[in-house]
Design a protein around this ligand. Structure first.
Ligand SMILES: [Cu+2]
Length: 140
């Protein structure tokens, strides 16, 4: 065996080791990847089975097409939540249980209702005009 072929063999083995590290570790290519666009990150998070619950954040619920969106909203204690009716029909925000913490008047198109949640808990509500419309605010 010539000196050259030994050298080539050594290089080849070194490259095999690197390839195995890359394939097995998975960390190196991730670090080298350019940052994906923001949209891709969101999609990944939504599809990642480990990323749950998929509770929405923010403090706004939009009423449209006879539904509350998001149907489930998680907020921190002290958050003022705003419901806005973007639907053509009037709707209400009404607690499911008594005493009714949430008790909005009928909200016409473009009307808003706000409520500040001071205590942690799970608050279920519905529209008293269309009881099949239901939503949940989780206060943590
Ligand atoms: Cu309604």
């Amino acid at each position: 065996m010539s000196r050259t072929s030994i050298l080539i063999g050594g290089v080849g083995m070194a490259m095999t080791v690197v390839a195995a590290l890359v394939a097995g570790g998975g960390v190196l290519p991730r670090l080298l990847d350019p940052a994906p666009p923001a949209q891709a990150v969101v999609n990944h998070a939504m599809m990642d089975p480990a990323a749950k619950p998929v509770a929405a954040t923010g403090n706004e619920v939009v009423i449209d097409n006879f539904s509350f969106g998001p149907a489930m909203l998680t907020v921190a204690v002290g958050t003022k939540v705003v419901w806005t009716n973007d639907d053509a029909d009037p709707h209400t925000v009404t607690s499911e249980t008594d005493p009714k913490l949430l008790k909005s008047p009928a909200l016409d198109t473009g009307d808003s209702f706000t409520f500040t949640f001071d205590k942690p808990g799970t608050y279920r509500y519905f529209c008293s005009l269309h009881p099949h419309m239901q939503g949940i605010i989780v206060v943590q």
